[in-house]
Write a protein that binds this ligand. Structure first.
Ligand SMILES: [Zn+2]
Length: 246
């Protein structure tokens, strides 16, 4: 694996004394790799990431892993809110939904997998803490988006994926306006997995946005934010996987 040094001035010391236990995947969302890396490595950009992976699989390093890169913004996962202090961030070159979202080439994904394997060896990051930017900031972000092959990463031990033999039990479809115990359980299950949502029992706009982020990661064929039986089954399956290792 070849890593090209392309340092960024945009970093500081990690704060709060917590472990580095989250890995965040992004897409660059810029017309091309060069404009993205210019932004990530100039003072005026005020943003950075630890790495950028280009479409041909070339990896660029901007910030040393022990430093705090500026990639997550206002976000949360479990109890953590200063995600930058707790995470490693990888920018994956793709124009994104704004500039022409397209599949991630195999060479690029292979490089992301190799890079991530090394990161997971160096830091105590459990599978449920390998996240999309959209998971930790669902109201602001949709990257790396529904074309990102989380299932392939999971086959290499990076992140979680629902079981192959998913059991879909009959369950009422939950959507905006629904109220009651089932909604409350859905919300607390999402929060237990890490998402920033309160168990109010009312399926509000925030719940829709969080469910949509969940689907964009774990049920990529349909991410309309409506918690149908399949969505609920996937969430239950992931929580079972969590409990199995706890
Ligand atoms: Zn991002």
């Amino acid at each position: 694996m070849k890593i090209i040094e392309r340092p960024s001035p945009n970093f500081n010391e990690r704060q709060g004394g917590g472990p580095v236990d989250i890995l965040v995947m992004h897409y660059t969302g810029m017309p091309d790799a060069e404009s993205a890396m210019k932004l990530l490595t100039t003072v005026e950009g005020k943003v950075s990431s630890h790495y950028t992976v280009d479409e041909d699989g070339t990896i660029y390093r901007h910030v040393p892993e022990d430093k705090r890169a500026w990639q997550a913004g206002v976000s949360s996962w479990y109890e953590a809110t200063d995600i930058n202090s707790r995470s490693i961030g990888i920018e994956i070159v793709n124009p994104g939904h704004e500039w022409g979202y397209r599949p991630f080439p195999p060479a690029q994904i292979a490089a992301v997998i190799e890079l991530s394997k090394g990161i997971l060896k160096r830091w105590p990051i459990t599978p449920a803490r390998v996240v999309a930017h959209s998971d930790i900031a669902p109201n602001r972000k949709i990257d790396p988006g529904e074309l990102f092959p989380w299932d392939e990463l999971a086959r290499h031990g990076i992140g979680r994926w629902p079981s192959a033999h998913l059991h879909i039990a009959a369950a009422p479809t939950l959507g905006v306006g629904t109220e009651g115990e089932a909604v409350k359980r859905l919300q607390s299950d999402l929060a237990r997995y890490g998402y920033g949502v309160e168990a109010t029992g009312l399926y509000d706009e925030r719940t829709l946005i969080v469910v949509s982020a969940f689907q964009r990661h774990f049920r990529r064929s349909n991410f309309d934010g409506i918690a149908d039986a399949e969505t609920q089954a996937i969430l239950a399956d992931l929580l079972n996987q969590l409990d199995a290792v706890a």
